[in-house]
Design a protein around this ligand. Structure first.
Ligand code: UD1
Ligand code: CA
Length: 470
């Protein structure tokens, strides 16, 4: 579609969201609403994309700054959708006369590529063409007014606030997406007025203009209401989020994932799966998550930016939090995590590692078969293979100013409730006695212990409470 430009309208206030965040920056599936629209318009192969910004324009532009090819048109004040397009048209000076301009809304995020392709096809890139919806609930939409005569050709769009009681009964509505042939665009926009109930410049008035010039106006009916549903308030946003998540869940199930309940999963990014993955209820996936063959995720886990190799088992309430989509937490084959484990950025686990309840790992690697099963902290550490890291032990990696590294060589056993004061190195095969504070390197194979010896006083009687006799 080389001759097509896209205008995305996003200058409106979004009053009903009752938020300081501009409406189009509220997220759906972890992505700002307007990013969904930009994504589909890029997939269409638009020549140029112009975003009309107004309310919160600085925030919206900053959030979209990573799109290099995007142009912005600043609409201030916002005098209606027709005025929005007038503003954008200044960015579209050299329109190819044979081409067309597709108008999208930044707050209609789930509009599908197929639907837009069909719409543009219906326009032949030369007829004014409207995306419409038949709905039992037309309230709030512009109604499509058709000729009562044979053919039922389109005569115009009447806005809800300007509509007569009769017109309000019309169940065919305009969903805010149209194709405008470039040959007429500038001329029609210049002819708009604001003589209506809202004293706004209505883009929808183009329809009557085309009809007045004897031109045919085409329509393409969208059959899927959630594709064209707009977001105006938090309730509609939540509704669309569920519609979006259900689509993601259905796609995952088509790929063979066994979901305990497709209504209770949230994917806010990219979830890539191999065969025989099972996911229990209430899990959230953020950023980029890769699940290897046979991975099982227990209930209520949050996984962001992580790669789990084949056979990994994640028990309930585990939180994995990689730094970014390009710096994933790495979990090796057949590891067992949780319940209640926490893996923070920089965690790399080789195969068969076990991380148990209330264990936090940060910026550390653990070698094959190592275990930290209970109530522990491992930070800035390089841990070898087959290490057993006892309950309640911690790496004291922070001296109040700087972070230091702990090295635990292969086959070390760290007794319970030990403190490893970094920088420190525990030599291969050594043992740390429970309750020790290790502040110097320990030799390989040795028992290192800093605990005071146990002293027992024989026949010790505990103090007694005095009882007052009556
Ligand atoms: C518009 C249509 C209506 C249609 C409905 C579908 C007009 C006159 N009416 O109505 O027929 O059924 O969408 O949702 O077009 N915007 C700007 N600048 C403005 C005003 C709006 O950029 O000055 C943007 C908004 O941010 C939004 C989009 O245009 O993304 C639609 O605006 P909105 O106020 O929601 O239009 P509606 O009154 O719902
Ligand atoms: Ca609207």
């Amino acid at each position: 579609m080389s001759g097509m430009d896209v205008v995305i309208m996003a200058a409106g206030k979004g009053t009903r969201m009752q938020s300081r965040t501009p409406k189009v920056l509220h997220t759906l599936g972890g992505l700002p609403l307007i990013e969904h629209v930009i994504k589909v318009s890029l997939a269409l192969g638009a020549r140029r994309q112009v975003v009309v910004v107004g309310h919160g324009s600085a925030q919206v532009k900053a959030a979209l700054a990573h799109h290099e090819a995007l142009a912005f048109a600043l609409q201030e004040p916002q005098l209606g959708t027709g005025h929005a397009l007038q503003t954008a048209a200044q960015q579209l000076p050299a329109l190819t006369p044979a081409g067309c301009t597709l108008v999208l809304s930044g707050d209609v995020p789930l509009i599908g590529l197929n639907t837009l392709q069909a719409l543009v096809l219906a326009s032949g890139q030369q007829h004014l063409t409207l995306l419409t919806l038949k709905t039992p609930q037309p309230q709030g939409y512009g109604r499509i007014v058709r000729s009562p005569a044979e053919g039922h050709r389109v005569l115009g769009i009447v806005e809800e606030k300007d509509a007569s009681p009769q017109e309000r009964l019309i169940d065919e509505v305009y969903v805010g997406v149209m194709v405008i042939p470039n040959v007429h665009l500038h001329r029609w926009l210049a002819a708009l007025n604001n003589h209506n109930a809202q004293q706004e410049y209505y883009l929808t008035d183009l329809v009557a203009m085309a009809v007045g010039e004897g031109l045919a106006v085409h329509t393409h009916a969208c059959l899927n209401a959630s594709e064209v549903a707009g977001v105006n308030d938090p309730e509609q946003l939540a509704c669309l989020e569920r519609a979006f998540q259900l689509k993601v869940a259905q796609q995952l199930m088509r790929e063979g994932v066994r979901l305990a309940d497709p209504a209770r999963i949230d994917v806010r990014g990219e979830l890539l799966v191999s065969q025989d993955v099972e996911i229990d209820v209430g899990c959230v996936f953020e950023g980029r998550v890769l699940l290897g063959e046979g991975v099982k995720i227990g209930a209520h886990c949050v996984l962001s930016n992580a790669q789990l190799s084949a056979g990994v088992q994640v028990k309930p309430f585990t939180h994995i939090q990689g730094e970014s989509a390009s710096a994933l937490v790495q979990v090796g084959e057949s590891c067992e995590l949780g319940p209640y484990a926490r893996l923070r950025p920089g965690t790399v686990l080789e195969r068969d590692v076990h991380i148990g309840n209330f264990v936090e790992i940060k910026n550390s690697s653990l070698g094959v078969g190592s275990k930290a099963n209970h109530l522990a902290y491992v930070g800035d550490a390089q841990v070898g293979a087959r290490v057993n890291y006892g309950a309640g032990s911690i790496t004291a990696n922070y001296d109040g100013a700087n972070k230091h590294k702990t090295v635990i060589e292969d086959d070390v056993h760290v007794g319970s409730n030990s403190v490893l004061v970094a920088p420190v190195r525990l030599g291969q095969g050594g043992t740390v006695g429970a309750g020790s504070v290790i502040s110097r390197d320990t030799p390989a194979g040795a028992l290192s212990v800093t605990r005071a010896k146990t002293v027992s006083v024989p026949h010790w009687s505990r103090p007694q409470k005095k009882v007052n006799k009556p």
